[in-house]
Design a protein around this ligand. Structure first.
Ligand SMILES: Cc1cc2nc3c(=O)[nH]c(=O)nc-3n(C[C@H](O)[C@H](O)[C@H](O)COP(=O)(O)OP(=O)(O)OC[C@H]3O[C@@H](n4cnc5c(N)ncnc54)[C@H](O)[C@@H]3O)c2cc1C
Ligand code: FES
Ligand code: FES
Length: 499
């Protein structure tokens, strides 16, 4: 089916709490939470929202990553309600049932009991899994290091638990529980589930292309970009799935039920992030937590926006390629990519081509990608010393909220630091697509940087946008934001200049 010389595997290879599962047929299309609860009757994992919004369904997923002396399993918390089994080929899933040893609670569970961190208990397994992941040093919020011996700080806990909601206990007891765990006395997951045997098995299947079919449905999980493109060419109408943080929600809301799926989870060429010669390059399939960690010192403004992108569970699955191809006018990364002039490297059966992201979108959810193509990489010029970059996200809550309005402003002043040499402005949530503001940019070029000028530019910016009213805000509110954000930009810059 993938037209590769090697045979394809017809089942998924997934480890769950240390046990091997060969998943085929209908089960391959289930969400992980349904597989755990309905197939394995492991009902410790709870489902509340089914949209990635509450974290009750959090589990840990370990995948092989390079490490000194060979690969090791690195565990990250994800929302199992919006993850599909076909995304978990060659992964080890640990659910709350998998934490106990000899019938005893894990140190995190024990702390939740002792600190009264649980009332109805529905959110508790999710908090326990997220905290266990944090103690492992699982992802962006903890820098991904080995935390043995270090207790979690309040800030780490707050940042690491933004994807977990509790409706009845209150967070003080839960925070107390997290802070009271002594990581020095907590077994690492690799001690509970030794890496070696699983890594060996996963590595021996690393080149497998997988195709699972069931009752007219097909999912391909190729191991290479070539195999992915071959499948896409033969099945141009297939649904591409990367992290499934958009697709999973749409499917759970009954908006889609894909019959043909191309899952990119195992395509190594789409992963990785690095920078060279002033350009940041990231694979389209790189998860946000990887990008977030990489840009922390390199582009702190982008890092700050990513810390309020969904939650750790969402950033551990969601990808930059998915954010771009989902084509939402409120995609948080897109205004930044617009002002930096990012280029999308698009791969197709006859090779690759590059498209300036400013020319990629052609209307609401319409963009320049043929049915046989995939976004492979994103090349992002980095801001220079002479440029000032500011990124804004306006939402009703700080954490785990979809944007009402977003903005990116990149400005360069002349050598005297007075006159605007050039400025790029992009707004999201102000039109059916993220847009640049050419009239406002032209108005500002050559003007002396000052409050009055930015105030006037704000009036002009209003005329370049066409926002709508929706549950997140009225059109009038968004028009006001389109105007005011430029004054905010002025004050943010002026404050920095006088410090
Ligand atoms: C609770 C929650 C909170 C969220 N918060 C935010 C937020 O704060 N800011 C924000 O911007 N978004 C947010 N999102 C949306 C989502 O997480 C992001 O858009 C994410 O980047 C999508 O990536 P993905 O890999 O999960 O995409 P998927 O769901 O796998 O795919 C999304 C779309 O992209 C296509 N696609 C994926 N990869 C490729 C590729 N390489 N080539 C071509 N097409 C491709 C898919 O076919 C699909 O149409 C949130 C989602 C949830 C559920
Ligand atoms: S059930 Fe709420 S995030 Fe999964
Ligand atoms: S204990 Fe009831 S929702 Fe948290």
């Amino acid at each position: 089916m993938l037209q590769s010389a090697k045979p394809t595997r017809d089942h998924l290879l997934v480890y769950l709490n240390g046990e091997r599962h060969e998943v085929a047929g209908t089960d391959a299309f289930l969400t992980l939470s349904d597989y755990l609860r309905l197939r394995l009757v492991q009902v410790g994992t709870k489902i509340v929202c089914s949209e990635g919004d509450c974290g009750a369904c959090s589990v840990l997923v370990g995948r092989v990553e390079e490490a000194p002396g060979g690969g090791k399993l690195v565990y990250r918390a994800i929302d199992s309600c919006i993850a599909f089994m076909y995304q978990l080929d060659r992964a080890h899933v640990i659910s709350v049932e998998g934490l106990k040893r000899n019938g005893l609670l894990s140190p995190v569970q024990d702390a939740m009991v002792k600190c009264h961190g649980s009332q109805c208990g529905f959110c508790t397994p999710g908090f326990v899994m997220a905290m266990t992941g944090l103690l492992e040093g699982d992802g962006a919020s903890t820098g991904g290091g080995d935390r043995r011996g270090e207790a979690l700080t309040c800030d780490e806990l707050r940042a690491g638990l933004t994807g977990n909601l509790c409706r009845c206990t209150g967070y003080i007891q839960i925070m107390d529980a997290g802070c009271s765990v002594d990581p020095g006395k907590t077994a690492r997951l690799s001690e509970l589930y030794p890496d070696g045997p699983m890594v060996e098995i996963f590595d021996s299947h690393a080149q497998d292309d997988v195709v699972v079919t069931d009752d007219g449905r097909t999912v391909a999980v190729p191991a290479s970009l070539d195999a992915a493109l071959t499948f896409k060419t033969k099945h141009p109408g297939c649904t591409v799935v990367a992290g499934a943080t958009d697709i999973g929600v749409q499917r759970n809301k009954g908006k889609i039920d894909p019959r043909e799926v191309l899952c990119l989870a195992n395509v190594g060429e789409l992963k990785g992030v690095g920078h060279e010669g002033g350009t940041l390059t990231t694979g389209a399939g790189e998860r946000w937590s990887g990008v977030e960690r990489y840009v922390e010192d390199l582009v702190p403004q982008f890092h700050d926006i990513l810390t309020v992108f969904g939650s750790p569970q969402i950033r551990n699955m969601g990808t930059i390629g998915g954010n771009i191809a989902n084509a939402s006018p409120i995609a948080d990364s897109v205004p930044f990519l617009f002002v930096m002039g990012a280029e999308l490297e698009i791969a197709g059966p006859t090779g690759t081509r590059r498209v300036d992201i400013n020319n990629f979108y052609q209307g609401y959810k319409k963009f320049d990608l043929r049915p046989d193509e995939l976004i492979a990489r994103v090349h992002i010029p980095l801001p220079t010393e002479a440029q000032t970059l500011k990124l804004y996200k306006v939402s009703r809550r700080r954490d785990l909220d979809i944007s009402t309005f977003t903005a990116a402003v990149l400005m360069e002043l002349d050598d005297a630091g007075e006159t605007i040499k050039g400025v790029r402005i992009a707004y999201g949530g102000a039109a059916p697509v993220v847009l640049r503001l050419p009239k406002t940019e032209a108005f500002l070029a050559g003007k002396v940087f000052g409050e009055d000028v930015l105030h006037e530019a704000g009036h002009l910016a209003r005329t370049e946008v066409t926002p709508i009213s929706d549950v997140r805000g009225s059109a009038d509110f968004r028009l006001q934001l389109a105007e005011n954000i430029l004054l905010r930009f002025y004050h943010d810059c002026a404050q920095k200049m006088t410090v």
